[in-house]
Design a binder for this molecule. Structure first.
Ligand SMILES: C[S@@+](CC[C@H](N)C(=O)[O-])C[C@H]1O[C@@H](n2cnc3c(N)ncnc32)[C@H](O)[C@@H]1O
Length: 253
């Protein structure tokens, strides 16, 4: 009897799990997560996986977990041998007919780690991507300031970009999101001060989590900040600058 390969093969899911608050998981991601026999996620070599922690309350003991352990000290990303190995493990489950849900913090295709799995397996197996609430959207909501409107140009800048390139990109934008600020924070703050933009910049840390901190950029005095933080700047025509949070006394930097 002929066997339909489609029905034998598991489906690879790239699941966006949102910025941190489990309530920001979509219904679709929740359904697929709870129905998948195998759940894979990136994990640091020390400490717990952020993506897994977001959905921990929905996991069952019977699910097979595949941590993709990525050394966090290295500047080189993705760690390609780690993803090669993970792809082999995931392919084994798919070949055996088991669906695999690969968790990705925020949205899977917006600077998401899922794409390293996708580029290895996405064409050879049935694959579905479930978009997630991105940290940019969650940060604008937490800052209580719209991101962009009308013909505003929104520019997304990775923090490691060199100063000259960052300056050129900011100069031509109306709204800016600077991600992955982490240890680049002091340099970026100095650059924004030179530009006269520090008062229009909001600092958003661990958004949607219990430890969330939302502050005017100028209120953050340290030179390094956690990896899960970003800076939002608005320099367009709208009057939103007035709605930047004043910073609470308890939010000492
Ligand atoms: C590799 S990118 C992943 C982006 C993710 N796929 C998304 O859609 O949000 C990691 C960066 O996202 C931002 N980020 C992710 N979660 C965040 C959170 N809860 N609060 C603030 N920034 C966050 C930070 O700038 C961090 O350095």
């Amino acid at each position: 009897v002929g066997v339909d390969k489609e029905t034998m093969t598991g489906t690879l899911y790239g699941l966006g799990v949102g910025p941190g608050d489990p309530e920001l998981l979509t219904l679709k991601a929740h359904r697929i997560l709870t129905a998948s026999p195998v759940v894979a996620y990136p994990a640091p070599d020390t400490g717990e996986s952020f993506a897994r922690a977001i959905v921990a309350g929905f996991l069952r003991d019977s699910q097979i977990e595949v941590p993709i352990v990525v050394p966090m000290r290295t500047e080189r990303f993705p760690a390609s041998t780690v993803y090669d190995e993970a792809a082999k493990t995931i392919a084994g489950h798919l070949d055996a007919g088991r669906d695999v849900a690969v968790l990705c913090e925020g949205d899977p295709f917006f600077y998401g780690s899922f794409m390293y799995v996708f580029e290895r397996l996405g064409r050879d197996y049935p694959c579905e991507i479930v978009p997630g609430v991105s940290s940019i959207m969650a940060s604008a909501a937490a800052l209580r300031r719209p991101l962009a409107a009308r013909n505003d140009v929104l520019t997304v800048i990775p923090g490691p970009l060199p100063d000259d390139e960052m300056e050129a990109r900011i100069a031509s934008a109306d709204a800016v999101a600077i991600m992955k600020v982490g240890r680049h924070f002091g340099r970026i703050r100095a650059l924004l001060e030179r530009f006269g933009l520090a008062n229009q910049a909001g600092y958003c840390e661990r958004v949607s989590l219990g430890e969330e901190r939302i502050l005017p950029l100028s209120a953050v005095t340290s030179d390094t900040v956690p990896y899960f933080s970003m800076i939002l700047i608005y320099k367009g025509a709208e009057g939103w600058i007035r709605s930047l949070p004043a910073g609470r006394p308890t939010d000492a930097a």
